[in-house]
Design a protein around this ligand. Structure first.
Ligand code: GUN
Ligand code: ZN
Length: 439
């Protein structure tokens, strides 16, 4: 049976355009795709429709976390160090625990469940170097019903030997993962995942790029997050004019590339990323936690670079994309304050609507899935989050009719406390409801 959903819809259309339907109706077909979205109650295309009335609650597209690490969630909240010592002291020892496949499956289940509880309907995650842990993570994603883009982490140097796999050994492992899981259904996807240039030889980067092209996969990696990382990369790869050139040279850059962080990219690198159609994934919480820097967001958008948003757990200390959207706005203000202090010109900081765009349609575009995900449009999957902003109100009195939908969303971003995520829907089905489970 199809469904007709009523509520207050916030529908991002582009960076600076958002459609608001104060009392809107979304009609969903039997398969879970959107048939129409309108401010009028249009008759269905025949067949039966269940009417679900959320009255005045807010409805946003499903949140897309475009960069996070499943295997790091266990140490979220600790590890205040710069990137490279942080990897050695906290990250690699934690990732080694995933040699235990039962632990990997158990943790993956609760990780994906928490994503859903927080309104994330699509998650793009690094697993570990362990092929079995990656199979387990796919199995857990399938069980929870979340959309998951997952990758076995590829490393062949500068990491504990247990976490390193040569290109030759990695190829059959990755091919088995692709064969078993990639597009097994509309929700599961494999991602080519070279961790970053420091932990990959040229041979492994070539393999990662070939996999992305040959199997039409996204490729995720890290770039220009930290100044020591950049100089170490250029030492390991002499003869390159900048960090991006290393990835370009070995075939890792194209429309398929999801480049985590990108804080310190030069102007030239930003232009080349734009020309290649690759995306930068902004990870503001992580960038501050590790003291990495503040992304020059507005400048990059003005230069036409595609940007998405990611929690980057565990350098980011939470899986909430609502928190992350707020942090993106606050980082943009901080960046402006720095520019002002330096006597440089300043443009508008990121708006609430832009933060919602980055958390939804921006992610879908980075994944090249904007025809099926990211906002409310005919033919896309009905992935959405119902927000009960009464819980975000300091005195939990009535939501005022004078508050605009954007002001109400602002309150949710800044105060996303217990019960604010009322329910999370993937492909027209409710797979988390705050009445039935706890965050
Ligand atoms: N660069 C390489 N690996 C990582 C990682 O796991 N987290 C972050 N934040 N940066 C990285
Ligand atoms: Zn990361």
């Amino acid at each position: 049976m199809g469904k007709i959903i009523r509520g207050t819809f916030l529908n991002p259309l582009s960076h600076d355009q958002i459609q608001i339907l104060q009392s809107g109706f979304m009609r969903i077909d039997d398969d879970g795709r959107i048939e129409s979205i309108s401010s009028q109650h249009l008759p269905g295309k025949g067949g039966n429709y269940e009417f679900i009335d959320f009255e005045n609650l807010l409805i946003i597209p499903g949140l897309i976390d475009t960069h996070t690490h499943l295997s790091q969630f266990g140490f979220a909240g600790i590890g205040n160090l710069p990137l490279l010592p942080w990897l050695n002291k906290y990250t690699f020892p934690e990732e080694m625990k995933y040699r235990d496949t039962e632990l990997a499956y158990r943790r993956a289940l609760s990780f994906f469940q928490r994503c859903l509880n927080l309104g994330t309907t699509t998650v793009v995650a690094y697993i570990t170097a362990h092929v079995e842990a990656t199979h387990a993570a796919f199995g857990a994603a399938e069980k929870t019903g979340i959309r998951a883009f997952l990758g076995q982490v590829l490393m062949d140097r500068n990491a504990p030997p247990e976490l390193c796999v040569s290109a030759k050994s990695a190829l059959p492992q990755v091919e088995a993962l692709i064969k078993t899981w990639h597009q097994k259904n509309d929700r599961l996807h494999f991602v080519s995942t070279p961790r970053f240039a420091i932990s990959c030889t040229a041979e492994l980067l070539v393999l990662a790029g070939d996999l992305a092209r040959n199997y039409d996969l996204p490729l995720q990696t890290h770039i220009s997050e930290n100044l020591d990382e950049i100089s170490e990369t250029l030492k390991l790869y002499p003869g390159n004019k900048d960090y991006l050139e290393v990835y370009e040279r070995y075939g890792c850059i194209g429309e398929f590339s999801l480049l985590g962080h990108g804080i310190h990219l030069t102007l030239g690198e930003q232009h080349r990323i734009k020309d290649a159609g690759a995306s930068v994934v902004h990870c503001p919480t992580s960038n501050r936690f590790l003291g990495s820097g503040a992304l020059p967001y507005r400048e990059m958008v003005n230069r036409g670079v595609k940007i998405a948003l990611g929690t980057d757990v565990a350098a980011g200390y939470d899986l909430s994309m609502l928190h992350e959207a707020r942090e993106a706005i606050e980082t943009s203000k901080t960046h402006n304050m720095i520019l002002t202090a330096l006597g440089r010109p300043v443009e508008n900081a990121m708006s609430i609507a832009e933060a919602l765009y980055l958390s939804t349609l921006g992610g879908a575009i980075a994944l090249r899935k904007e025809n099926s995900l990211g906002n409310f449009a005919e033919g896309k999957w009905a992935d959405f989050v119902v927000l009960d902003d009464l819980h975000a109100l300091p005195f939990k009195e009535e939501v005022s009719e004078h508050d605009s939908a954007i002001e109400r969303l602002s309150r949710v971003l800044y105060r996303p406390f217990g019960g604010t995520v009322h329910s999370t829907w993937v492909g027209g089905k409710s797979i988390y409801n705050s009445k039935g489970a706890s965050t």
